[in-house]
Design a protein around this ligand. Structure first.
Ligand SMILES: *Cc1c(COP(=O)(O)O)cnc(C)c1O
Length: 467
């Protein structure tokens, strides 16, 4: 055997004695012990201590255990914990089995690009694809790509739409590009998520070309205002408004839009999961007539980050839009993960989604998602029963939006809530007014968490108005 150089020897030793990994695991387990009673946002001191990481790039190689300790010492206190009182953005928690499966697979360190690079990942991608089709009740020919999140799923879907709509006009966009291509119309609405606007711009459609349809007071597209569509139209709808949780009326819109020849994409980052439940399924009624869907694992399904899925009923369009080939990429008759995603090398993220779905089962998904809905309703009721807050939306899903008498008061109360660190909620603008957004997105949120949080809202309000 060759004499190993010192760096190599050190790394072999680390792999063998595993002290490094044991250390990381111990820190991680301590984190799990305290995750549910940590303050919901780092203290000022923890934030200040992040300066410790501002050092110049080391000249010499370091000591692994010291690096893990450093990360723990100043990193752990500056995390946002995933307990049941975090209501910011649409941040999910994670199912323990899903996290544990991810842990195991991290040691495998698989590349999910191709079957030949990781047979286990390829198998689980296929299994999860089939389960998702069954859960959402989509046609058997639907395909799934495992991407980093809904932003990437939206982009992948829009490139598939672009391919199909132009192909129907006799134009191959993968070869000929967009210069001189027949025009594609993009119809969506004023409440569509910003990641759709980003995808529209990345896909070369241009945000200025959007035909933007007005929404009703819930943030749903008004079906009667949708212009006449045709076979050169991309229609983008939404399952779950990021503030109100409202769903576009797929039942009324999708069948007609399909008959008119449009490609329909649905952004269902957190909302699509209602379609996998018994008790909230009515919200997604008619969505099976769409062509493509974007959905996250890391929001309401509570897989760890990063986990999103593009579901597409037109395999040829998706694969044509994203496919690449090169002589060194051995082609097999297998399903190759990278044909369905923009990335080539990527993490085996289907593993933790498989674990979450296998653990929950259909009943568990229904219980967890409906539980989030019930906690959201409890939150809204709780706020309606105290002074100072007005709930603005119907709680159809997991989102609550509230405001105080004035925008100034709303902002001041929100900042006070954040400062109290008992729970965390962020803000948004809703029809010109400042609001506080509450997203119940964690399996861990209990009625007790809701009561504690409502109490914190009350305390913050009283503090700000000085009573
Ligand atoms: C979060 C979200 C996105 C973006 O998803 P990422 O997973 O953060 O990329 C898109 N649409 C909606 C409705 C969302 O809530």
């Amino acid at each position: 055997m060759n004499k190993k150089n010192t760096l190599q020897a050190a790394m072999f030793a680390e792999m063998q004695n595993k002290d490094l990994f044991r250390k990381a695991k111990n820190h991680a387990f301590n984190y799990l012990n305290s995750a549910f009673d940590r303050t919901i946002f780092p203290t000022e001191k923890a934030l200040q201590n992040l300066e410790k990481f501002e050092e110049s790039m080391p000249e010499k190689s370091g000591n692994g255990e010291a690096i893990i300790d450093l990360l723990h010492l100043y990193g752990t206190p500056a995390t946002i914990p995933y307990n049941g009182r975090y209501f910011g953005f649409v941040n999910g928690s994670m199912i323990p089995t899903s996290l544990a499966a991810k842990n195991l697979s991290i040691y495998w360190d698989q590349n999910a690009a191709m079957h030949i690079m990781s047979p286990i990942t390829a198998k689980l991608e296929l299994v999860v694809q089939n389960w998702l089709i069954e859960l959402f009740g989509l046609p058997k020919h639907t395909v799934a790509g495992f991407v980093s999140g809904t932003s990437m799923a939206n982009l992948a879907a829009l490139t598939a739409a672009r391919f199909r709509l132009l192909k129907n006009k006799g134009w191959d966009v993968t070869e000929q590009g967009l210069f001189g291509a027949p025009k594609i119309r993009v119809v969506t609405h004023t409440h569509i998520h910003s990641s759709i606007l980003k995808a529209i711009s990345l896909a070369g459609f241009g945000k200025a070309n959007i035909e933007s349809v007005d929404c009703d007071e819930h943030g749903r597209i008004i079906p009667e205002n949708i212009p006449e569509l045709d076979d050169s139209t991309l229609l983008v709808l939404q399952a779950g408004n990021v503030s109100s949780g409202a769903y576009d009326n797929f039942e009324v819109i999708c069948k007609t839009a399909k008959e008119q020849g449009a490609w329909i994409h649905i952004d269902g980052a957190f909302g699509l999961w209602a379609g996998a439940t018994k008790r909230l399924k009515h919200l997604t009624k008619g969505f099976e007539h769409a062509d493509s869907y974007a959905v996250d694992g890391h929001k309401t399904l509570n897989t760890p980050y990063d986990s999103g899925v593009i579901l597409c009923q037109d395999e040829e369009a998706l694969v044509s839009a994203l496919h690449t080939s090169a002589s060194y990429l051995e082609s097999t008759n297998q399903r190759e993960g990278m044909y369905y995603t923009p990335e080539m090398s990527k993490r085996a993220r289907a593993i933790e989604m498989w674990a979450a779905l296998k653990y929950l089962g259909k009943e568990g998904i229904d219980e967890m998602i409906f539980g989030m809905h019930e906690r959201a309703k409890e939150f809204a009721r709780g706020l309606q029963n105290i002074e100072g807050f007005e709930v603005l939306n119907d709680i159809v899903y997991n989102q609550v939006i509230v405001q105080c008498e004035t925008d100034e008061l709303t902002l001041a109360v929100m900042h006070k809530i954040q400062e109290l660190r008992e729970c965390w909620a962020g803000g948004a603008t809703w029809y010109g007014r400042k609001v506080i957004r509450i997203s119940v997105c964690s399996w861990a949120t209990t009625s007790e968490d809701v009561n504690r949080s409502v109490a914190s809202f009350e305390k913050a309000y009283k503090h700000v108005v000085g009573v």
